[in-house]
Design a protein around this ligand. Structure first.
Ligand code: SF4
Length: 435
């Protein structure tokens, strides 16, 4: 049957999203978003791709569909199967943006932090350990900041583009391959978390890594694809075995009759369960830049960053493209923060010969808080809901005792006891993509 023309084409092999044919009204919203916000549909020739549609797996078509005709590809069955397997040790890790959105499903306001309720609920389901991906975000910051300092000193491979958003990485590699070397080589927080669960954590606990079933809970459909390519270099295993979106996690809780409002709080497990305020703000656009610059400042000057590096004003303005000048004492640098891959391409083309030294790009609106795997919002409510989720993350950062990654005691421990130092050979082996 000829593909209906109004909608995006989704391959049957797509590992992130799928379409429920009977729900589709051919309204065209998915195509509109894919074209105008993501810059994909309409920007390539399907015939030249041998009829394989290009998809960066961002899931914004899921969010745009009023008829629930496009949904994340569910991994609930594999997670449930492993929870029932007595041989398996099921370990969950929760990404920053999930905690300020999931409560909405249980009648709480957007932005309310339900991380401690999620820990309890996962333990009720049979999780052995529950970790916080803000730890993985702190690790990403340590590696990415060190990489940026190196590039700055050597004046090479600049601008450095962030690499934590797999949809953005895939977009750049597909549409602007000439800039591939400008991407940071650091893996995303989710992938780093998975890598250290199957190495450092399993060693410290004396657990056979093959018995661990590692589940990442994320706001993102693209992580479903990213993690399936995430074989840990030299370890013969994947860091993450399954990915649940915020929506899927909510579904799992509802299936099991768990109401988040009615359960007690629990703490994350040690040794990968603590993140700094910097790790938390990875969940919104501009947060990756701010978090990384705090550590860049420290690495360059060996003193803590001044107040101005907390709630960075010059990259704080609203809008899909923000620019700023950052004073690092030894050097002043230009930075840019962008969300939406269509805007990123537009910006890069317009500024090709004069790009800032450090550029953060996230695919989804306002970053992961508006991710394709987040709970869907009612039409017209998008801005309001997303702003509340951002406020929630900023509030956690503002009230954190530790707001810089290099002071996170669990980060200090992993470098002292396992990785050595940022960009060490072991860090490059398991936490970075090969050049
Ligand atoms: Fe995933 Fe966040 Fe990127 Fe959206 S912005 S594709 S949620 S990593």
């Amino acid at each position: 049957m000829k593909e209906k023309q109004n909608r995006v084409i989704i391959s049957s092999k797509n590992q992130a999203i799928c379409r429920i044919e009977e729900n589709c009204r051919n309204c065209g919203m998915c195509k509109l978003v894919c074209n105008s916000k993501m810059g994909i549909e309409g920007y390539y020739d399907l015939e030249k791709e041998d009829d394989n549609p290009i998809c960066i797996n961002c899931g914004q078509c899921v969010q745009s569909c009023s008829f629930n005709a496009i949904i994340p590809k569910s991994e609930i069955p594999i997670v449930e199967k492993n929870l029932l397997d007595r041989e398996k040790i099921v370990v969950f890790s929760i990404a920053p943006a999930v905690r300020v959105a999931l409560g909405e499903l249980f009648g709480l306001q957007a932005g309310v932090n339900v991380e401690k309720k999620i820990v309890t609920a996962l333990k009720l389901l049979g999780a052995k350990y529950v970790f916080d991906i803000t730890f993985g975000a702190d690790l990403t910051i340590m590696e990415e900041a060190s990489e940026f300092v190196e590039r700055l000193k050597e004046n090479c491979k600049l601008p450095q583009f962030t690499s934590c958003c797999p949809s953005w990485v895939q977009y750049l590699e597909t549409f602007m391959p000439e800039l591939k070397n400008n991407l940071s080589t650091t893996k995303s927080p989710v992938e780093m978390q998975g890598a250290v669960i199957k190495t450092y954590f399993s060693n410290v606990k004396g657990i056979d890594k093959n018995k661990i079933f590692s589940v990442a809970i994320v706001p993102c459909t693209a992580k479903k694809v990213e993690t399936k390519a995430g074989f840990i270099n030299g370890e013969n295993c994947f860091g993450v075995d399954a990915v649940l979106t915020t929506t899927e996690l909510g579904q799992l809780f509802i299936n099991r009759g768990i109401d988040l409002r009615k359960i007690k709080n629990s703490e994350f497990d040690k040794i990968l369960g603590r993140g700094s305020g910097a790790g938390i703000i990875f969940g919104h656009s501009g947060g990756v830049m701010e978090a990384t610059l705090r550590t860049v400042f420290y690495l360059l000057n060996k003193i803590n960053p001044p107040k101005s590096f907390f709630n960075l004003k010059n990259v704080e303005k609203s809008g899909a493209i923000k620019e700023g000048k950052i004073d690092l004492i030894v050097k002043k640098i230009d930075v840019a923060v962008i969300y939406g891959t269509a805007k990123a391409r537009e910006y890069i083309i317009a500024n090709r010969d004069n790009l800032p030294q450090f550029i953060e790009v996230m695919a989804c609106p306002c970053g992961c808080v508006g991710g394709g795997g987040q709970l869907k919002y009612v039409a017209g409510e998008l801005e309001n809901i997303i702003n509340k989720r951002i406020k929630g993350l900023k509030g956690i950062d503002n009230s954190s005792i530790i707001r810089v990654s290099y002071k996170n005691p669990e980060i200090i421990n992993i470098y002292n006891n396992f990785l050595g130092f940022p960009l060490s050979s072991i860090a490059k082996k398991i936490l970075h993509k090969k050049d």
